[in-house]
Design a protein around this ligand. Structure first.
Ligand code: NAG
Ligand code: NAG
Ligand code: NAG
Ligand code: NAG
Ligand code: NAG
Ligand code: NAG
Ligand code: NAG
Ligand code: NAG
Ligand code: NAG
Ligand code: NAG
Ligand code: NAG
Ligand code: NAG
Length: 598
């Protein structure tokens, strides 16, 4: 185990008795205290401010077991509002803890807010990150590993160690500069590199990589097998992952055990998580490269967008040298990556978080009750601003979180008129969302009309990925659906000029974010929400009650009690611009409270 520790300080989880939770008191609890602040780091050789958690970049891995109650007290030591969202953690019936603007007021600079949630009915590899305004481009991310309880079997032998890898494209410009580029209607352009666990590339080529860059080393023992949990936490680049000379046996993705399958490389899109078993079965005559290189771009122009870490056997006789292992040679085969994705199947005969087989829920036999086709297009200009859309609507988050507006009977904050199909009308900016009913079974088709891969994520649920293909989705496309062993996950890629169809069982009331994980198009409005209402139950019956520490803002700001800010960062809060500036209003009202609180 010491081997895996290399670049990843895992947080020591302190057991705590504290339970503000509407959960079984007998389930174990962990309490985490996080100070989120800037630190200076030079991952690509240039000093820049990155977002760290307790001074760590990337943040600590939250290592818990299913059914644990998790409390995370987040202190915002940044100079702008902050939320943390827990990608893939389902927050069942408890969207209050989801940490996005539709459900939570942002934590003002200098304030803290404690998340309380239970990781329930899920096992696997997930990650957290700050979802507001491109902050993830500066860091603030870390892993969430949800382990199985001992009574639940796992479809492979217990690995000898657990290694988490964060791969992602990276800019030397900080997130405030990146926001400005987008606000000015420009494109972010080619990233400056790819980081692996917060560090730049190993110097595999003297002319491509300058001297003095710190890189990640993964220390392993010969003959052992490790579980690599890999997360693409980047801005918008799809990455191809490969480990020189080693097979990567895929076993899990975002909480589903997959049919075990060997890959020599796999495309991992922004926001996606995978587990591979990797056996250290090669000779130790040298170290080996771990590579994450840019995909779906002109790779001969994008050579610098390559992450390289080192796999080091304890008995290694020398450094890695020579060329990197080749990326897939598929310039003329646009189905290569799609076929890779389609080959990922759920192992329907293995156990899941609940003591029942994964395949016992026969999603292919359930009648769909609602169909949405969501189409994104290349950016458009609305009111003189460059924006992105879904079905012609560019989402702009209201100052009042949607769920709070509902709870308090405030009307007119959002509209339930999201179109079921793409329209050819003029694009608009607004807070238009999808209306749905508890226990509906929804089919969502993502149609990507842009020229770049988009990955879509839905909060609160795992969905079955039942089909993807090039061209325009039609009713006939349903004939190609995988109705048996489609993988259940929370983030799926949609190739350019192609569609991906997912099925979703809406068994958790609340407001749930549907978004692209690509930070640039998300920032410009490519998201919406699904409102799931239980007409027969609802608040305090099928949905949990709001937590007592709820923050208020927007139309409800008068309900917020002042909090004495920690430290001094609170008095200097620049207005944050996100999605048309609505958030500025929310922030200004919170800042006003901070001042009053003095
Ligand atoms: C994570 O927690 C599990 C269960 O408590 C433990 O067995 C494992 O060693 C931990 N993993 C790491 C990497 O600390
Ligand atoms: C802020 O942290 C303190 C402990 O430092 C805690 O008592 C308080 O509940 C937290 N505030 C919120 C809103 O969670
Ligand atoms: C599927 O799960 C079963 C039960 O755990 C396991 O025995 C089998 O090896 C798995 N199959 C594959 C291909 O991963
Ligand atoms: C980002 O960089 C710009 C200079 O390019 C600087 O003005 C700004 O303060 C920086 N922001 C952060 C959060 O470091
Ligand atoms: C290093 O990269 C350059 C530019 O791609 C290439 O021309 C050169 O052959 C590479 N050097 C080695 C030793 O591979
Ligand atoms: C996967 O690769 C390993 C060697 O790393 C090999 O033993 C195994 O048979 C392969 N499995 C499949 C399904 O090809
Ligand atoms: C070790 O493996 C490498 C790569 O497979 C091979 O080139 C080399 O000859 C091997 N060395 C020994 C001592 O077997
Ligand atoms: C990629 O860029 C190279 C170098 O500019 C150029 O020669 C090549 O034609 C480009 N390839 C494609 C597919 O555009
Ligand atoms: C689905 O709909 C069909 C036709 O309307 C009906 O015969 C069938 O019983 C329904 N299946 C379920 C599981 O409700
Ligand atoms: C939204 O769905 C709920 C629950 O099914 C229903 O009661 C309500 O009438 C719907 N509202 C609109 C505007 O469609
Ligand atoms: C976008 O839609 C237009 C009109 O339907 C179509 O002609 C074009 O091929 C589509 N482009 C992509 C990349 O899907
Ligand atoms: C929720 O229901 C419980 C039990 O019926 C009740 O004691 C509690 O006051 C309710 N809470 C709210 C916020 O309505």
């Amino acid at each position: 185990m010491a081997a895996a520790a290399a670049a990843l300080p895992l947080l020591l989880l302190a057991l705590a008795a504290a339970a503000l939770l509407p959960a079984r008191a007998t389930d174990p609890s962990v309490f985490l205290d996080w100070d989120v602040s800037y630190i200076t780091a030079s991952p690509l050789g240039v000093p820049q401010k990155v977002i760290a958690i307790n001074k760590q970049f990337p943040g600590p891995v939250v290592n818990v077991t299913t059914n644990y109650n998790v409390a995370v007290n987040v202190l915002n030591s940044l100079d702008e509002p902050l939320l943390i969202t827990w990608d893939g953690i389902q927050q069942r019936k408890n969207c209050w803890q989801d940490g996005v603007l539709g459900t939570n007021c942002p934590i003002p600079p200098g304030w803290n807010w404690t998340y309380n949630f239970q990781v329930k009915d899920q096992i696997g590899s997930f990650f957290y990150f700050p979802p507001l305004s491109m902050q993830r481009a500066a860091g603030g991310f870390g892993g969430i590993t949800v382990n199985n309880r001992a009574v639940i079997s796992v479809p492979f032998d217990t690995p000898d160690g657990d290694i988490t890898l964060f791969i992602g494209d990276w800019y030397k410009k900080n997130h405030t500069d990146l926001r400005k580029i987008l606000d000015d209607g420009k494109e972010l352009g080619m990233p400056d590199g790819v980081l692996i666990n917060g560090k730049g590339p190993y110097r595999y080529n003297d002319s491509l990589v300058p001297d003095g860059i710190e890189y990640t080393t993964i220390n392993v023992e010969p003959g052992k097998t490790y579980r690599f949990r890999v997360h693409n936490v980047g801005v918008s680049t799809s990455l191809n992952l490969r480990i020189q000379g080693h097979n990567m046996a895929l076993v899990e993705t975002e909480g589903s055990y997959t049919m075990k399958q060997n890959f020599t490389n796999l495309d991992i899109h922004v926001g996606q998580s995978y587990s591979f078993l990797v056996s250290m079965d090669q000779n130790a005559s040298s170290d080996y490269y771990i590579v994450a290189s840019a995909r779906f771009v002109n790779e001969s122009l994008w050579t610098r967008v390559t992450g390289v870490a080192i796999l080091h056997y304890s008995n290694s006789e020398g450094k890695a040298s020579g060329p990197l292992p080749d990326p897939p040679n598929d310039e003329y085969d646009k189905t290569f990556s799609m076929n890779q994705a389609r080959s990922i199947r759920m192992n329907v005969s293995t156990g899941a978080a609940r003591p029942n087989p994964q395949g016992s829920f026969h999603y292919g036999q359930i009648n769909v009750t609602q169909v949405y086709k969501l189409r994104n297009e290349p950016p458009v200009t609305i009111n003189g601003k460059k924006r992105t859309t879904l079905n012609g609507i560019s989402y702009s988050p209201p100052a009042t979180p949607l769920r709070l507006a509902d709870l308090d009977g405030k009307e007119g904050v959002y509209a339930l008129d999201f179109p079921t199909m793409p329209s050819d009308g003029p694009p608009v900016i607004g807070a238009s969302i999808i209306n749905s009913t508890y226990k509906n079974f929804m089919e969502i088709v993502f149609q990507n009309n842009d020229t770049k891969v988009q990955t879509y994520h839905i909060d609160g649920y795992a969905f079955w990925v039942v089909g993807m293909d090039y061209g325009e989705w039609t009713d006939n496309s349903r004939g190609t659906y995988n109705k048996w062993d489609g993988v259940s996950r929370c983030t799926t890629q949609v190739f350019p000029g192609a569609w991906t169809a997912v099925l979703l069982s809406l068994d958790s009331p609340g407001f749930w974010n549907v978004r692209t994980e690509n930070l640039d198009t998300w920032y410009l409005g490519q998201e919406t929400y699904i409102r799931v209402v239980d007409p027969d139950g609802g608040y305090n019956v099928t949905e949990m009650v709001a937590p007592h520490n709820m923050l208020y803002c927007g139309l409800l700001k008068d309900k917020q009690k002042a909090q004495k800010p920690h430290g001094s960062s609170a008095s200097s809060s620049p207005a944050l611009k996100q999605n048309g500036g609505y958030l500025v209003a929310a922030l200004v009202s919170l800042v006003a409270l901070v001042v009053v609180g003095h």
